[in-house]
Ligand binder design. Structure first.
Ligand SMILES: [Zn+2]
Length: 251
């Protein structure tokens, strides 16, 4: 037996799309006996610090199984049968979402909401009440009632399955320029810490999420209005203004 590894990372500079991060920085394993690629999830992403995806055929049991098969441990249905192999891939855990009750508590006190009140009266070309009401209900905009962010608007990030992934809190001045940015889960955490209370279970779990903002603002509307034009903008405020200027989707 020789010491050379049968399965090696492809030596050419060819890069494939990484199954984890999606970037084209992925090097696949090849079988030097056959010259063929191993199944697509075997390989290494070269974004070492940002992704670090690496599934090695020697450490996850693939090489051993092929070897055992060669030695006849698996009779199968004849010599043409392909190895029966179940890769042990652990999927990324589902993120924890924000409970609907937390969102519901923000859907109030619109008379104290600086951003919405500005939109109705103080901006150069004020919007109509019925249009502002429509965007509030479309995007589930809300208000922070008390505390250091009192009067701020809330922009919930709701995904296409209607899970609440984050609730951004934005404080604006009289001209609707940003004066403060926060997240509702951090505000709730601070309140609990100040009162020396333990965090609710959902928040403990939520804090373990790798990303807090993990969907686009307004994503929940995609399935509701599949035939409407979609514009991508940077800030939720711009999305709201855009909807007000260009019109709410028709029912
Ligand atoms: Zn990657």
């Amino acid at each position: 037996m020789n010491n050379k590894h049968r399965y090696i990372l492809e030596k050419s500079s060819k890069k494939n799309y990484c199954p984890d991060c999606g970037k084209r920085r992925f090097v696949r394993y090849i079988d030097t006996n056959t010259g063929e690629y191993l199944p697509g999830h075997y390989g290494r992403c070269d974004r070492e610090s940002n992704c670090s995806y690496h599934i090695n055929p020697y450490t996850d049991g693939y090489a051993k199984l092929i070897e055992e098969q060669k030695q006849g441990k698996y009779s199968g249905s004849g010599k043409t049968s392909k190895p029966v192999y179940q890769p042990k891939l652990t999927p990324k855990p589902e993120p924890e979402f924000i409970p609907i009750d937390i969102l519901k508590q923000t859907l109030q006190d619109y008379d104290k909401n600086v951003f919405l009140q500005n939109s109705l009266s103080r901006v150069l070309f004020p919007f109509e009440v019925k249009d502002v009401e429509k965007v509030v209900s479309l995007y589930y905009l809300g208000t922070i009632k008390v505390g250091y962010r009192a009067g701020a608007v809330t922009f919930p990030f709701i995904d296409k399955n209607r899970n609440i992934r984050a609730i951004q809190v934005k404080q604006f001045d009289q001209m609707n320029h940003t004066t403060g940015t926060d997240f509702l889960h951090s505000i709730i955490e601070k309140q609990h810490t100040q009162r020396e209370e333990v965090l609710p279970d959902w928040l403990e779990a939520y804090n373990k999420n790798e990303l807090k903002v993990s969907c686009l603002f307004g994503e929940h509307l995609l399935s509701k209005y599949p035939f409407n034009p979609v514009a991508l903008v940077e800030a939720p405020k711009t999305a709201i203004y855009g909807t007000l200027y260009f019109g709410c989707p028709d029912n």
